[in-house]
Design a protein around this ligand. Structure first.
Ligand code: FHN
Length: 448
């Protein structure tokens, strides 16, 4: 009797597991049926993106007036009527796009991704399809994205626009998803009219700001529990790719990539690891990867910052991302006066001190041959492997087998040879004395 029971239990477990995996895969199968062939211009842009390795994420909006992050409308259950009192208080007279772009370059960043419309629905640019925007609703009255785009062009920094599918303000974002339930919007709304509005704004961003590097979507996860939602991604993505053939589309939806996407995003986590908001382990696709992270507590501006990551920690995240063949998009949240807090600018400059000296070990590299481990990992370029020893106490470091022969091993500046042994079981490095304060002990392996 027991044996029969056990067999039944075993079958039930197998059926549940297969059902759950089918549920995870089939929930979005419809959207995955689309086909997408990237253009030459897009493939060239993907190659550039992989080489770029480091970008500046900017979360900036009228929410900064309250100094409580970019989710303040939802967190404090503000209605649309209450939230609309913020734009008239937003007057960032100290906004200096030139300074922002120079700061990004000083850090060693190659591109900027700035919020054009976050979940609050407020456009930080001069939209013609809505007057709920910085030009029409604030005393400042200028198109800050245009000002930033011009500064980026002057300094050879590429510009991506972040755009939120999720909208806590628009009456046609209906039925609601899991957020924005306290906005006080009338029940009912025309979903496809909202999608048309969203496409019209995206067309503005793809038309009025010159050549853009791409669109970084977010907020799709708001309706994750309603897999029948028709987001019309293929229509939106096709429009973007038509208007801006070189533009790269990324979508921070926390599921595996959909056709039409050119970047795979990983939020606050490294590729293949469970990152924030992800329900199940995601596969690392063959798309260029980018992880995004914060310096402090959150993405938007907080009047009181806490838990600021040290420059060493931030360099470590940049290096680990590169070891995973991924970029790092590192975030700042400017204040209501248009400035970036000094604790952030100081850290970006310190990261720049590191990238200026060691940048060649991440820019233009790919993930290295040795698996990423808690001590660090490796990047590679041509016949060179850069072993990044971030945290390691021992004097010997054992690495996985390498399918190419090491000709020479030495410190990054070439001043000191590094003893090594190599066989089919692996590589053993004799690490030199680690100088005080070294963030990343880089050992260079020159291969035959
Ligand atoms: O809800 C947003 C959040 O405000 C921020 O924009 C981050 C950035 O990756 N994305 C969402 C959270 O997953």
């Amino acid at each position: 009797m027991h044996a029969r029971c056990n067999r039944i239990v075993a079958w039930v477990v197998v059926l549940c597991m297969s059902a759950s995996s089918v549920w995870a895969v089939d929930r979005f199968a419809e959207a995955r049926k689309e086909t997408y062939t990237p253009t030459e211009a897009n493939l060239k842009a993907r190659a550039w993106f992989r080489e770029a390795r480091f970008g500046l994420f900017i979360h900036w909006g009228v929410y900064s007036v309250l100094g409580n992050g970019e989710w303040v409308m939802h967190k404090t259950k503000m209605t649309v009527e209450e939230y609309e009192k913020l734009p008239p208080q937003f007057n960032p007279t100290k906004f200096d796009p030139e300074a922002w772009v120079k700061l990004a370059k000083r850090a060693g960043m190659k591109y900027i991704t700035i919020t054009s419309k976050h979940h609050d629905g407020f456009a930080m640019y001069d939209s013609k399809v809505s007057d709920y925007d910085i030009v029409d609703r604030t005393p400042y009255g200028k198109d800050v994205l245009k000002m930033l785009a011009d500064a980026c062009r002057r300094h050879d920094i590429k510009l991506f626009f972040y755009y939120s599918h999720l909208d806590w303000h628009h009456p046609d974002y209906w039925p609601l998803g899991r957020t924005g339930g306290h906005s006080g919007r009338p029940e009912g709304g025309d979903w496809y009219r909202y999608l048309d509005y969203m496409d019209a704004q995206l067309a503005e961003l793809c038309t009025n700001y010159g050549s853009i590097a791409g669109i970084w979507f977010d907020g799709w996860w708001d309706r994750m529990k309603f897999p029948e939602t028709d987001w019309r991604l293929n229509k939106t993505y096709s429009m973007i790719h038509k208007l801006q053939p070189q533009a790269l589309i990324g979508n921070n939806h926390h599921v595996d990539p959909f056709p039409g996407e050119d970047i795979q995003t990983w939020e606050r986590g490294l590729p293949g690891h469970k990152t924030s908001g992800v329900e199940y382990e995601l596969e690392i696709s063959d798309l260029p990867s980018e992880t995004c992270d914060t310096i402090g507590r959150g993405w938007g501006y907080y009047a009181e910052e806490e838990n600021l990551k040290s420059p060493a920690k931030l360099v470590g995240i940049l290096v680990q991302a590169a070891c995973y063949d991924a970029n790092l998009l590192l975030n700042v949240g400017p204040g209501p006066d248009g400035t970036i807090r000094p604790e952030f600018t100081e850290r970006l400059k310190k990261i720049g001190d590191w990238t200026r000296k060691y940048g060649e070990t991440i820019y233009g590299t790919r993930g290295g041959p040795f698996p990423v481990r808690s001590w660090g990992g490796s990047t590679c370029k041509g016949d060179r492997v850069f072993v990044h020893v971030l945290t390691w106490e021992g004097s010997e470091l054992a690495l996985a087998p390498l399918d190419r022969k090491i000709r020479k091993a030495h410190t990054f500046d070439g001043s000191e040879p590094v003893k090594f042994k190599q066989c089919e079981l692996g590589v053993l490095l004799q690490l030199p004395e680690r100088a005080e304060g070294v963030i990343d002990q880089i050992i260079v392996l020159d291969l035959e």
